[in-house]
Design a protein around this ligand. Structure first.
Ligand SMILES: NC(=O)c1ccc[n+]([C@@H]2O[C@H](COP(=O)([O-])OP(=O)(O)OC[C@H]3O[C@@H](n4cnc5c(N)ncnc54)[C@H](OP(=O)(O)O)[C@@H]3O)[C@@H](O)[C@H]2O)c1
Length: 344
């Protein structure tokens, strides 16, 4: 007998991807329920070759749910995750609500799978921000070899990272430009079509944005608190797939050839690095894929033990849905949870 899995936010960008990945990976679920807001009550979601009718979160009884994949934003998670967890379901949350809570593990299975065991304090496990997830998958094997001191990263983040309304805004603005209509801006602070915006999430007192702060804090929590990281997070007019230009300073020597070999063998990484036209990965090619792609690996001669890389991944998969489902698989494979029906 398998598990009962609830997907909260099933009509959203991440939730839809979760349903797809649960089916693709034959997740050991006997039953999957799709939940969203009251607005979506009765609408349909695809789950493999089946269709699920969406139910409303506020009226749902989680008593027999084993795993709840939560992807409905921070405010919904703050209110609902503790209630769902109190019913005995393990909540794997995609929002930023619980990531820095010391009693909640923040997990990327390729990097810190052992941390999953700490879920029992609150019955909640946090999934990192999309830009952090792909970054730490690439950093971990290099850190193990040569010890990272400092990382400087600039991100090129797709609009799907800001939800389905943001994707609609890029589409409608692009159309408006071609049809000479007025370009309307709602979700983003400036026009995103044919533009880039150096601002994601809210501004903090020191001038950085919360997205940049999250990358720094989450990398420390997942990988190593000693790593110094500074980020500039930029929204670009790409629908799906986040890219990152990453500069790393190590304590110990490491060559580009060594880094390429290490990354080729590392879990979750796929190196595409030919020093020729097109010998690298772009976000468009990462769509629908599970890997974190690494290209443009080269030495940075301006510092001791420096490397630069280009890191690309599908933000809705490794950055969100896939990582959450891998956490669920880790819980099951390590026998940290048991299906309630089986236990009864
Ligand atoms: N997109 C990414 O790359 C990414 C990566 C990492 C983490 N995340 C996080 O994942 C979460 C979801 O992101 P998304 O991109 O999927 O957003 P989205 O496309 O805007 O979808 C939001 C989902 O939340 C549901 N929802 C909103 N209010 C609700 C409520 N009161 N009760 C129940 N359900 C409610 C929506 O249901 P309705 O359709 O009924 O409104 C929808 O299913 C966010 O916390 C985001 O920060 C996203």
């Amino acid at each position: 007998m398998g598990y009962k899995v609830a997907v909260v936010g099933a009509t959203g960008n991440v939730g839809r991807e979760m349903l797809g990945i649960l089916a693709e990976r034959s997740f050991p679920a006997d039953e999957v329920v799709a939940l969203a807001s009251r607005r979506s009550l009765g609408t349909e979601c695809t789950f493999g070759d089946r269709t699920l009718k969406v139910k409303a979160l506020e009226h749902y009884d989680f008593a027999d749910v084993d795993i709840c994949l939560m992807s409905a934003g921070g405010a919904v998670s703050k209110e609902w995750s503790p209630r769902i967890a109190a019913k005995g379901a393990v909540v794997i949350d995609n929002s930023s609500a619980w990531r820095m809570d010391p009693d909640v593990p923040l997990v990327v299975p390729e990097v810190n799978a052992d941390a999953v065991a700490g879920f029992a304090k609150k019955n909640i496990i946090a999934n990192p921000n999309c830009s952090t997830a792909q970054l730490v998958v690439a950093l971990k094997p290099l850190h193990d070899r040569a010890k990272i001191k400092r990382v400087v990263v600039a991100t090129y983040q797709s609009v799907s990272g800001a939800g389905k309304d943001a994707m609609d805004e890029l589409f409608s603005q692009t159309k408006a430009v071609f049809t000479l209509d007025e370009v309307q801006t709602k979700k983003f602070s400036k026009r995103i079509a044919f533009n880039v915006i150096p601002h994601i999430d809210t501004f903090m007192e020191d001038g950085s944005t919360r997205e940049e702060w999250k990358m720094m804090m989450e990398t420390k929590k997942i990988l190593d608190p000693k790593i110094k990281l500074t980020a500039t997070c930029v929204r670009v007019p790409v629908f799906v797939g986040h890219s990152e230009a990453v500069n790393i300073e190590f304590e110990n020597p490491i060559t580009a050839d060594e880094a390429r070999e290490i990354l080729r063998a590392a879990p979750g990484c796929l190196v595409i690095d030919k020093r020729e036209d097109g010998g690298y990965v772009t976000p468009y090619e990462s769509v629908g894929e599970d890997a974190t792609y690494i290209s443009r690996i080269r030495e940075d001669a301006t510092v001791d033990n420096g490397l630069s890389l280009w890191v690309v991944s599908d933000n809705l998969r490794k950055g969100a849905a896939l990582n959450a489902i891998q956490i669920g698989e880790t819980l099951i494979n390590r026998k940290l949870i048991q299906a309630k029906k089986k236990a009864a």
